[in-house]
Write a protein that binds this ligand. Structure first.
Ligand SMILES: [Mg+2]
Length: 368
């Protein structure tokens, strides 16, 4: 897939013209770095205490530090007109993380239920725009939460992708790509980037469950192509223990590696695959790889979403929107405070798309 960076012939075709925002403000803030040494340190950095703030899009409490941060990462609601200006006449492809983006972060991961209102908004978006959910969870688990057949689903950080037949090409990158009848009730196309790792991940999961069973609040989740170790219910004094246990088991599996999410450690195969690669794969599959006819928008709250933000930013291809109520460093270009702002953004996007479609129908009928 070619980069779009050299394709942009006019200012309007180049979303990265906003990159000068990087230089606009030298933040006098201690931002969360993307990469640091020391797992315990990383666990603390990945788990900031959430602070409800207003980012200027609505009235409410006012946090000057957050406001300074939003000069670098403007609110996607405030910048909505600017964002859709780049999407005019193009196909907007929507990529959404699940936890912390469409559902609130909750103490018990199995209770991260999406509201009916959010489900309706996501469904409306999928009817107007190609829409995919890209999550660290297993694909089946995400579908159980979302329950919408109109979407593409990429589980296990994009290592397990499903889309309706006919919309997905046969690109497999030498990996597993099959048709199957899934419980969603229709024939679907499956792309799996790491099938050979499945027995290893299963073994790692069972060993780690055994190793961590005495740690109160620790929950190890098998997400098929990756294992999540949730510590959001573990007392902070025991985080070191969670880290040590995971490290001990991980040493036995040099082909697995660890990444940090929000109050979760994630172990996955050492392969060149992540949420950014999944976005590239889906854009290719949807024939939307060129920024001349497409504007991808990715909304997520995790450090694992940074790979996707980076792909869109580096290739000057589209926009990443970070969901965060605290200032942190990111490859995203815009921000939203929480899932309720994500819902508002999606509603406005759907409304804008409908108006654009109706304007273009009107213009076409006028010409005839
Ligand atoms: Mg998330």
């Amino acid at each position: 897939m070619g980069s779009c960076s050299n394709d942009s012939s006019s200012e309007n075709d180049d979303p990265a013209s906003l990159e000068n925002l990087d230089d606009e403000l030298v933040l006098p803030l201690k931002l969360m770095p993307l990469h640091t040494n020391g797992w315990l340190h990383d666990m603390k950095l990945s788990s900031p205490t959430a602070v409800r703030v207003s980012n200027g899009s609505s009235s409410g409490t006012f946090d000057p530090i957050y406001r300074a941060w939003t000069k670098k990462y403007p609110s996607a609601l405030n910048a909505f007109d600017h964002i859709v200006a780049y999407g005019k006449g193009k196909k907007i492809a929507l990529f959404l993380d699940y936890d912390g983006t469409l559902s609130p972060i909750v103490d018990e991961p199995d209770n991260a239920v999406m509201s009916d209102q959010m489900r309706e908004v996501v469904k409306n978006a999928a009817l107007q725009l190609p829409t995919a959910i890209i999550s660290g969870r297993s694909r089946d688990k995400v579908f159980d939460f979302v329950k919408l057949t109109e979407l593409y689903y990429a589980g296990s950080h994009g290592m397990d992708i499903m889309g309706p037949v006919g919309k997905h090409d046969s690109a497999t990158d030498g990996r597993s790509s099959t048709n199957s009848n899934e419980k969603q009730g229709e024939e679907v196309k499956i792309f799996q980037a790491a099938t050979e790792f499945l027995p290893m991940i299963d073994e790692f999961f069972r060993l780690l469950v055994e190793k961590t069973k005495a740690i109160e609040g620790a929950k190890v989740e098998n997400n098929k192509f990756c294992v999540s170790v949730h510590y959001r219910n573990v007392a902070e004094k025991d985080w070191q223990l969670v880290s040590q246990c995971t490290n001990d088991v991980l040493k036995l599996y040099p082909r697995l590696r660890l990444t940090h999410g929000r109050k979760v450690l994630e172990v996955r195969p050492v392969i060149d695959w992540n949420k950014g690669k999944a976005v590239e794969f889906l854009l290719d599959s949807l024939d939307l790889a060129s920024c001349k006819n497409a504007l991808p928008i990715y909304i997520g709250d995790d450090r694992t979403d940074e790979d996707a933000f980076k792909v869109l930013r580096d290739d000057k291809r589209g926009f990443g929107i970070l969901v965060s109520s605290v200032p942190k460093d990111s490859h995203a270009m815009y921000s939203l405070v929480d899932p309720s702002e994500v819902m508002e953004f999606l509603k406005r996007l759907v409304m804008w798309k409908k108006e654009e479609a109706s304007d273009s129908r009107f213009l076409n009928s006028d010409r005839q």
